[in-house]
Design a protein around this ligand. Sequence first.
Ligand SMILES: [Zn+2]
Length: 321
Amino acid sequence: MEHSGSCAAHLALAASFMPDIARQLWTVGGSSIVAREPFGNLEKVADGVWALVSTPLNNDRTTVSNGGIIVGRNAVLAIEGFNQPEGAVWLAGKARELTGRWPTHVVLTHYHADHANGIAGYFANDGHPVVHATDRTKTLVLERNQPANTERTAALRDALIFSASGPTTLDLGGRSVRIVPRLGHTESDLSLELDDPAITFCGDLVWNAMFPNFVDAIPTKLAASVRALRRAPQTIYVPGHGPIARAAEFDRYVAMLDEVERAARKAHTDGLAPAVAGGNFSLPTSLGEWALFNKIFYQRAFEAWERELRAAAGTPPGFGT
Ligand SMILES: [Zn+2]
């Protein structure tokens, strides 16, 4: 596969490994679901806040990643560009149904294809939202997400660039969204944070019930960013993939990352190649069900750790990296 940094191929492979329990959690209806599609469910999280929880279980690639809608008096913010323009068109249409307005702003949390490649869909139906991203994310979408297309490039051309050095506040009118630059899943990630009620859109820094994609990860930075994302106990976390999380699921994710770190540091000390260490690895059952129970995804995590540990030790990249 060409290195496009996409989570999508990873997820397509994952579908056949989705545990039954996770399938049920993702597909059993709840009173908060306001729209249901083959590719995902739109859930009301709070007044004026909705999350699209994608369900990439059947090879419907319309959205793949999670995303969302936040409305204020003056503006409607859409989160993520999704895997295909049809995904963004769908979310924008739902925003219009629910709020009376097409999105006026769009934020990309990071460059991965399944979060960014459909961005041009927001410009359908005479839409003309302001697109926001970090400078690095914009560059990476344009450079790495190949093949490029003119619509995507045009959608990003006039993007407003968020500072990478500190938070930016978007005032939607009676609703402020704190956009916080972070890193670790990629070299440039964003979280979007609301107060009262406390809701965090985590991008791919957090995954729930799915083992995360480490293809671009900087594992020590990821661990630090995830800890920084933890907020008060009642906080609602919208992960980049998987169902909406509360404190218990968030903490389970942190424990899972810690388990991977322990094993990867030991493999490094023991001189085990990532392919071998990943092949030997399993998560303790106390951490619950994690989809993508395919050993290759573990190997990617071990590769990411090995890259970082070798760099820290001044050792050139070697086997398996
Ligand atoms: Zn990603």
